[in-house]
Design a protein around this ligand. Structure first.
Ligand SMILES: *Cc1c(COP(=O)(O)O)cnc(C)c1O
Length: 226
């Protein structure tokens, strides 16, 4: 079995070669380590390997980890329920899954005054499945307009989770086009897409942040209930 240190190094090497293949600067791709279901000691091992940014799907699961390791950068990458916006606004540095104005407004209202504005990504439903979270691509600009107007948020860009069984490259390509179209208008600097199995394709299509769980921490035994 490989160690978390070795895994982080291997993922960094994959990012570097994917960036090189795409004629991009590897420094332009941030690694987000997805630590859902994994305990604090394993997150500390990744941190010892130089990793600072971590992603969690469920607010309640993340809270004890954030309290134990408050100096790390914490990203919420799972859906935000309305009754969890306060805890999310108080504890996370980034929320990547904003897909409704109502949620954005609550997060802004509830962001504590002693913390910097909340970094926000708009989640786009690129898969075309009605059941999936995210705004449809045609509505992303309107939601971005609403979010940039909120005082306690810093809108950084877009996030997507493609449908794995279909052509992910085509979905990444569509996201890249949307990101490029909105980037200048809204001052975007972040396109979050690409997981363990597809980080190369995501980087080829302009991802500036990849979200990697399995390739760093190994397979997850269980997914926590929502
Ligand atoms: C779990 C998860 C990831 C990480 O997926 P891996 O395949 O384990 O790398 C990335 N993004 C989101 C939104 C996730 O829920």
């Amino acid at each position: 079995m490989t160690t978390i240190l070795e895994n982080v190094q291997a993922v960094r090497a994959r990012i570097a070669s994917a960036a090189q293949a795409a004629r991009r600067d590897p420094a332009g791709v941030t690694l987000l380590a997805v630590s859902k279901t994994h305990a604090v000691d394993r997150i500390e091992q990744a941190h010892a390997a130089g990793q600072n940014a971590f992603g969690e799907n469920y607010v309640q699961d993340a809270l004890p980890k954030i309290s134990a390791l408050p100096h790390l950068e914490w990203h919420l990458i799972g859906a935000v329920q309305s009754n969890k916006t306060r805890v999310a606004a108080e504890n996370f540095d980034w929320v990547q899954t904003v897909d409704r104005e109502k949620i954005a407004r609550r997060l802004s209202d509830q962001r504590p005054a002693d913390r910097p504005p909340l970094n926000v990504l708009i989640q786009v439903n690129i898969s075309g499945e009605a059941s999936k979270s995210g705004v449809v691509p045609a509505e992303a600009a309107a939601l971005a307009e609403a979010v940039v107007a909120l005082p306690r948020m810093r809108l950084r860009g877009l996030m997507a989770v493609p449908r794995p069984e279909s052509d992910t490259a085509a979905q990444f390509s569509e996201m890249q086009a949307l990101y490029e179209r909105l980037k200048a208008q809204f001052g975007f600097d972040t396109l979050s897409m690409g997981m363990s199995d597809e980080l190369e394709a995501a980087i080829a299509h302009g991802a500036t942040m990849v979200r990697i769980g399995t390739a760093i921490f190994g397979r997850r035994k269980t997914e926590s209930p929502a």
